[in-house]
Design a protein around this ligand. Sequence first.
Ligand SMILES: NC(=O)c1ccc[n+]([C@@H]2O[C@H](COP(=O)([O-])OP(=O)(O)OC[C@H]3O[C@@H](n4cnc5c(N)ncnc54)[C@H](OP(=O)(O)O)[C@@H]3O)[C@@H](O)[C@H]2O)c1
Length: 335
Amino acid sequence: MFRVAVVGATGAVGGTMLRVLEERGFPVTELRPLASARSNGRQLDYLGKPVYVETLTDDAFEGIDIALFSAGGDRSRTFAPAAVEAGAVVIDNSSAFRMDANVPLVVPEVNESDLEGHSGIIANPNCVAAPLVVALKPIADAVGLERVVVASYQSVSGTGTAAIEELLEETRGYLAGNEREPSVYPHPIAFNVLPHIDTFDESGYTGEERKVAAETRKMLGRPDLAVSATCVRVPVFQAHSEAIHIETSEKISAQHVRELMMGAPGLVLVDDPAHNRYPLPRDAAGRDEVFVGRIREDVSHPRGIAMWLVADNLRKGAATNAVQIAESLVTRGWL
Ligand SMILES: NC(=O)c1ccc[n+]([C@@H]2O[C@H](COP(=O)([O-])OP(=O)(O)OC[C@H]3O[C@@H](n4cnc5c(N)ncnc54)[C@H](OP(=O)(O)O)[C@@H]3O)[C@@H](O)[C@H]2O)c1
């Protein structure tokens, strides 16, 4: 049994962490929710009982075995070392440590063995990269992968609770004819599509797009893999979608890809377009699996495959994957 701290427990990801720990029956003796001083004393529920939020400080980790961080990169950089010092293993949802050479970046279905020999901090990947590698791994293993081009359609919960509120308020305001100024995004997100997630660099890519490319390469163990991403925010509350185009090393048929997807851990094939069946955010929200469909041979390339993927960003893109990492550490004896 383990004493578990959830850092950022009042947030979109932290709240989902509590639910996922409950649902999966993770062996918890003490659940310690941590957040900013603003939330000190706030009551949350865990397994039907009240738990009270404590303020995140260096001393907050005494006696903790596992610390699940989702309170932003600055908090991770400041407090994860204190948690490790106190004897906890940190599983971090921010991007603070993902590309550090000595920090494993893990999706258990893809590269669980990278957890072995960790040095106290384990990184949970970006919410586009995590489901993407779940779908790419079986194809890479079967026929090799040369290039990945992905366009994401990312929900507002990927930005956190304030963005969920912004979409709700803007939608109500737009319909009532009294829109308010956006505060989370640079433009209104209601009835709009924003090709802008994170900051732009001189190459024209955004930070989010660079993360998707770099993390995909790291998790697949392919520093040479060509990856290009366009990350887009859409007015959807929960679950990110991805249009994926890949070039494989050897030719593979769409049917072979479907068969690989059916046998792959964590994946669900929803691919019957003749009956309007394909993955949708409203179906994937609240689910832990990665849904894949619209699989077809890309007419523009002799070794090209195109497909559509949807996964819940708060679950497989964040909380579920973090709890799966904790489960792997426990079952493999790597804690
Ligand atoms: N949303 C996603 O889909 C997703 C996916 C993957 C990774 N992530 C990462 O997960 C993290 C949290 O994202 P989120 O979407 O859950 O954001 P969120 O809903 O805005 O929640 C932020 C959480 O961080 C806490 N926090 C903020 N400032 C703090 C401080 N100074 N000290 C202690 N706690 C503080 C907040 O506590 P208060 O309530 O007290 O302010 C809240 O619990 C981010 O690093 C994000 O990049 C998010």
